[in-house]
Design a protein around this ligand. Structure first.
Ligand code: AMP
Length: 356
């Protein structure tokens, strides 16, 4: 168990690491951020920083020696980096969670093994394999690289007229899965935390709207039935327990069908704090960032109680230019990530309205 004054190591220097470090401070904990050269807004708010590649073994060893525990803000931590660090210091969530969620094929098989539903899928390793997979799964379907996909990157829609060789080229001819297209009613997610002693708290289910494959807005309460709300939280509990997970994670779902036939399909697991949980800053008794720090520190989890109706919007690219009018709105929770350069599609901040 960490004590006030101890230091938490965080891999990654983006906005998630920044908000984790900001949440650690009121608990008397310090953060040491490790990130490769680049725009690292988390460096601005941390007690210590190391700018080095994730492959720099000497820098990793020095980092490990300076912290009581290591966590991360992104799931693509190289396996070798996690291995080097975990030989020296506890890494939480454990590297097994990384292995499971870094690869869509392993992840989907793992989710199925928990008795949960995923869109039908086939592994694809070659163009010939893609032809076979499309024969079985049908069209429309979605071809996704097994690794390194996010915010719709590394994906190709297979429509009735799509040329399969072109789709295979488009994703870079790399190991992939073909997934049935889900004609979903909405997309929802559960953000949950699991403690060192196995306690789980789940935030209410969030409804997420995307624009150009990037999360645009999160609304709570989600427009789903009480049955699905219970099922979604239960799915998160099962996944957390099966991974012996410690920390915050998110489970994203598609809601498909209607009435009695309405069901949840798991889209993916994020082994980290998640954009669809940003509303908890100001919108819940304990933010997801504080919850994550509590969990990896071995402390009791905080209350996930929601404080009102929630509308969280991401500030993408030039949206953040409106900062002066946003900070003038009474009661609006404004978070600007301190990134040095605004680009189209880049997450620059978020705002949350909480209505009682
Ligand atoms: P992902 O990177 O897998 O989360 O996919 C990004 C977005 O693409 C999702 O949030 C959905 O809006 C859409 N998408 C992904 N997979 C499917 C699918 N099998 N059926 C329908 N839409 C999908």
């Amino acid at each position: 168990m960490l004590k006030p004054g101890d230091t938490i190591g965080i891999l990654g220097g983006g906005q998630l690491a920044r908000m984790m470090a900001l949440a650690a401070a009121p608990l008397g904990l310090k953060c040491h951020i490790f990130a490769p050269a680049g725009d690292n807004p988390a460096f601005d708010v941390a007690a210590q920083r190391t700018e080095a590649p994730y492959e720099d073994e000497a820098a990793l060893a020095a980092f490990a020696a300076s912290v009581a525990v290591v966590t991360y803000e992104f799931e693509n931590v190289p396996a070798r980096t996690a291995e080097i660090l975990s030989a020296l210091v506890p890494v939480l969530p454990n590297p097994q969670a990384l292995e499971t969620t870094q690869d869509r094929l392993i992840e989907k098989r793992f989710i199925r093994a928990q008795g949960l539903i995923v869109p039908d899928f086939e592994p694809v390793d070659t163009l010939e394999g893609l032809y076979h997979a499309v024969e079985r799964i049908g069209r429309p379907s979605v071809l996704k690289t097994r690794r390194f996909g996010y915010d719709g990157k590394g994906q190709a829609m297979i429509r009735p007229d799509t040329d399969l060789a072109e789709a295979w080229d488009q994703i870079g001819r790399t190991p992939a899965i073909l997934e049935a297209f889900v004609p979903f009613e909405r997309e929802v997610s559960v953000v949950a935390a699991r403690s060192l002693t196995g306690d789980v708290v789940a935030y209410d289910v969030a409804e997420n709207r995307h624009a150009h494959h990037i999360l645009a807005e999160t609304i709570l309460p989600a427009n789903i039935t009480p049955r699905l709300e219970v099922e979604a939280k239960d799915a998160a509990r099962r996944i957390g327990a099966a991974l012996s997970y410690v920390g915050v994670f998110a489970v994203e779902f598609f809601v498909a069908g209607s009435g009695e036939g309405e069901q949840l399909l798991v889209n993916e697991i994020a082994p980290r704090v998640h954009n669809s949980g940003h509303w908890t800053l100001g919108g819940a008794e304990t933010s997801q960032f504080e919850q994550h720090i509590r969990a990896i520190a071995g402390w009791p989890l905080g209350s996930p109680r929601r404080l009102g109706r929630i509308d969280m919007r991401n500030l993408i690219g030039s949206d953040a230019d409106q900062w002066a009018s946003l900070v003038a709105e009474p009661g609006l929770h404004v978070h600007l990530y301190g990134k040095s350069e605004s680009r189209p599609g880049r997450k620059m901040g978020h705002i949350t309205r909480v209505t009682i």
